[in-house]
Design a protein around this ligand. Sequence first.
Ligand code: GLA
Length: 658
Amino acid sequence: MPSLRDAARGRILFGGDYNPEQWPEEVWEDDVRLMKEAGVNSVTLGVFSWARIEPRPGAREFGWLDRLMDLLHANGIGVVLATPTASPPPWMGARHPETLPRTEDGSVVWYGSRQQFCPSSPVYRRYAAALTEDLAARYADHPALTVWHINNEYCTHCWCDETAAHFRRWLRTRYGTVEELNAAWGTAFWSQRYDSWTEILPPRTAQYMKNPTQVLDFKRFTSDALMECYVAERDIVARHTPRVPVTTNFMPLWSGQDAWAWAAQEDIVSVDIYPDSRDPRGGQYNAMIADMTRSQAGGPWMLMEQATGAVNWRDVNRPKPEGLNRLWSLQSVARGADAVCYFQWRQSRQGSEKFHSAMVGHAGEEGRAFAEVKRLGRELAALGPAVAGGEVPADVAVLHDWDAWWAGAQEGRPSSLLDYTEVIRRWHGALWESGVVTEFARPDADLSRFKVVVVPHLYLLGDGAVDNLVAYAEGGGTVVCGFFSGIADVDDRIRPGGMDARLRDLFGIRTLHDWWPLDADASVECDGFRGTLWSEELTAAADAEVVSSYRSGELAGLPAVLRRGRARYVSTLPEPDALRALLAEVVREAGARPVLAGLPAGVEAVRRGELLFLLHHGRGSVTVEVPGAHEDLLTGTSVEDRVELGRFGVAVLRSAAP
Ligand code: GLA
């Protein structure tokens, strides 16, 4: 199978989305001059070029793309070539309005922006396949081609009639009979029973709360329907170029695609990461997405897009202060990225993204953005041979699952304040701050190589996943599980007793009486810490150890944290310091270690292959103790026993030979 290694060839890919169709051809020469100056070795071409290549149905205008592919190749720049199927031209919507998606209430999503296609539309799929076929045939043997990039950030949802028919086909495969579907969806409730397949619809706008299992299945279906579009195009390009790896870029922690399932269909896993430059925890967010993407890839991954400075889609869009782009880029490399790419190469002068930063901003080659890009390009070139392909060891797994997210994030639950992504972020953040490198894993994955498995919050756990977790614990693994987990089965049916009996047994819970979610900003006192967001009324089994009890409110005296053997259950969300302390203790006890002990605040250490990355997230200066003699690959200097890191400073150390 082709992989990122084939494209990177011992380098770190460096570059970005290149949209030359927005510029006169004279600018292209200048682009290439600046790319070479910056050490750019890879650009992503064609993402939004559909209307330029196929200006009217069936037309093909490849001449401009031929010239670009040749120009880039002549200058030693590889091309990640996109199938431009994310943004159909207006002619498609005008001639084939059935390709336009419809919202839950039946409104049409019109052209005039991007991504306006119904994934179930046979007409859209036919045009997309025909264009992909011709694109692949034309560039199959072009020496510039290094990676196929299918579509872009698959994210459309549609509730139209074509989608309804497709959803029914999907449901037939899943359930076989309408009676099975009725049983799974619990349609005895509120007179929702279906008498035939033709009555079944996507969950459209309704009078009151929708059937939760119908909603869950629709999310599963939508992820699968989009994946069919991806697979269809992937198969076309792979037929033409079996040795060129294929990817599609994920959005991080995006609920619309089950990235575990999608990653299995890709040669390269790639992602677009846009931490908020105003977020003091932006570094943790970047680390979390890097860990998640590396886990999906099972190794090196591709940072397909990030911003050199400001984005243009938050309420307030601020640039990255000097050095932050470099820090977060090298952090991604530390955590397994073998490609550091941006949206986009040259900042647009027109269109919706003219205020979005780029590698070459409006200030041009004199601008700070480009100066920082050049520095990073040099550094990545120096690091490439030592770092590319290197592995990032991790002993601790964080479980994460789309089914659980989809089922849990619905209406009619105990608390709408419970935000799945924020809970994941808090648990990952607690480990990150303790200097423990984590991987993410799906609940039914082989967990045997991890010393600790952390379950921040998995509302839904299928039987297989429960068996897997129990087997891992019985095999000597350490499990820490957060509140409101193991509550529902795969059909979102509450488990007898309110929580899976095997899990109650594992954690030493005798009876789970009720859930007591907390108000925003409220907290509950427990022995040794304060809990937030959630609490639970439960009693302990006779042989369980109560690690901490609630001390205030209705639950005073009842267990907050339980332990049975190596398994722990945490029935609230401890405040950040407490969660960090709790997890640090678990990790220590299980024999897992932070990468470096005694780091100054704000310094992150990550090992990748034979290298030690030290990343300083603060603005002052710090000294990090690193016993022994090392070479800093960024400066080419020798370092002994300690290294100084300035504002957003980074060192990449290799032990000097004894
Ligand atoms: C996404 C898209 C890009 C661009 C950026 C802006 O990542 O893939 O085309 O719109 O967002 O941040």
